[in-house]
Design a protein around this ligand. Sequence first.
Ligand code: AMP
Ligand code: MG
Length: 616
Amino acid sequence: MIFAGGRGSRMGNVDKGLQPFRGATLVAHVLQRFAPQVTALTISANRSHEAYASLGAPVLADELGGFAGPLAGLQAGLRRCATPLLATVPCDSPFLPDNLVQRLRDALLAQDADLALAVTMEADDSGAARKQPHPVFSLMKTDVLPRLDAYLARGGRKMDGWHDGLKVAEVLFTDAAAFRNINTREELLAEDRVHRLADLTGDLDPGAMPVRQARHVIERFVRPVRGVEKVALRAALGRVLAEDVISPISVPAHDNSAMDGFAFDGAQLSADHPTRLKVIGTDFAGRPSGLQPGPGQCLRIMTGAVMPAGCDTVLPQEHAAGVEDDCLTIAPRSVRPGDNRRLRGEDLMAGRPALAAGKIVRPAELGLIASLGIAEVPVRRRLRVAFFSTGDELRSVGEPLAQGCVYDSNRYTLFGMLTRLGCELVDMGIVKDDPAALEAALRDACQSADAVVTSGGVSAGAADYTRDIMARLGEVAFWTIGMRPGRPMAFGRIGAEGHEAFLFGLPGNPVAVMVSFYFFARPALLRMMGADAPADLLVQARCAEPIRKRQGRTEFQRGVLSIAPDGSREVRITGAQGSGILRSMTVANCIVVLPDECGNVAAGDLVEVLMFEGLV
Ligand code: AMP
Ligand code: MG
């Protein structure tokens, strides 16, 4: 049963299920995902019966009048239900999981429960993970009806208010976004708007697309995927933080010494004559003496040891004017009150964010999280990326190479680049230059992945049928980008069987694939992973030799960056720059980025380079 019987008050009293959404209605999207999971389907609706009936499912009105809520719909449904189990979903959740009913059923049977419902883990305001039940996404035995009748007769209306006394199985789903519902017009519009690539490309000429514009359009069109999982700290390396990491403790937890030396009350220091203090003991890090120096006394203290009560100053031992017979002499002005003391909470205060959501966890972040005593971190689910190569001439490694054929190398460079990004990969192999094969591959890809990266087949000659197929599957722009190498590229979003994926149709030439991946796909994929907008880490270097460059397009040339004898950075281009010469990429350690406005480069000019090292 799909619940569409509400008043839609938050949407201005419109019939929510019938609101247009991505080329259909909300309820049609729900139906498309839900229908394959059940044997028979009913829509619960209290108006617009004809519109709902046109979807091909029987429509059932509440017996209880006055828009009494989903439970009234459920009651009507249970009374008519011909199967022993009834599953329910709302009409405004177009992203519901494909395996919802299957998983609820497995749990219901395994636990011999009366009712199973979905739960997800969601972050509360403080960032802590909290269980979120979704009682509208449920599966129940039809013999629960008398209990529901009784609850409704008592005036109860709460979706899970009648569960007392039922055996309820909770089923944890990791993809919280799948349960997202669309409540307001704004949400509906926002969800719909991002779907239209044409709104972003506007008047731009696809046949002469500047690099900057292409990057801008791509960046605005892609969206972070939803879904959070908790992983053990070490497993978080390379993943994207899904929530701020809030410090449960202050770091350091106590005022402590920044030096090996002597701790005392700084008020005793004199500006014009030496200060003499008696050393009464030693405080080690993690091993305090418990002694408290009084006036005229001090403690020997080691770095990291907690500052003893009454002490606010540490004299580093190498600054002591003398230590004899347990008597410390401090020369005037050799230390000021408060020096060499690390304050409690100086690095981090308890309750404050230590790391922000969106940060990629690197070794420093791992260490910082460990320093807070946190053993598990919420990270974004891995981005799933499907990729394949196209071309009749391609052979896989291990196959004999027939006349005129080449080995498929793009799938290996893509494998490397995607693996470095931390994506979950779906390697779809080689797809022939054949419309049916391409369509089947693309359909498959969007069902198994968030993004599809292809190589080859997008250049002018090949693009004709590619264009038709891609246009049929979604909205895809074909660009000729003002760059070299890597002029042709397809970008957009395609869908099949209710699943959508962003598409990056990269050129076929091996160097062009890598360049367009690094400059277009990589930033977009990072954004889809929920990572902070990555800046291109371009560094400046002096050009060792002149470079010929045509103004009005961006050229990416393979370079070798080195340190010149005078200590400055200098870069040299690696010989021939043909876009098929993959060896040039292995010789290079950077790409020299020559922007549109740049013309010929003279020896000694400053240029910007993108280092390969660090492109993780
Ligand atoms: P295309 O864009 O399909 O016209 O391909 C352009 C050039 O790149 C042709 O010379 C192809 O043979 C070559 N090429 C395309 N895909 C691959 C691949 N996966 N591995 C190596 N070379 C490729
Ligand atoms: Mg080809």
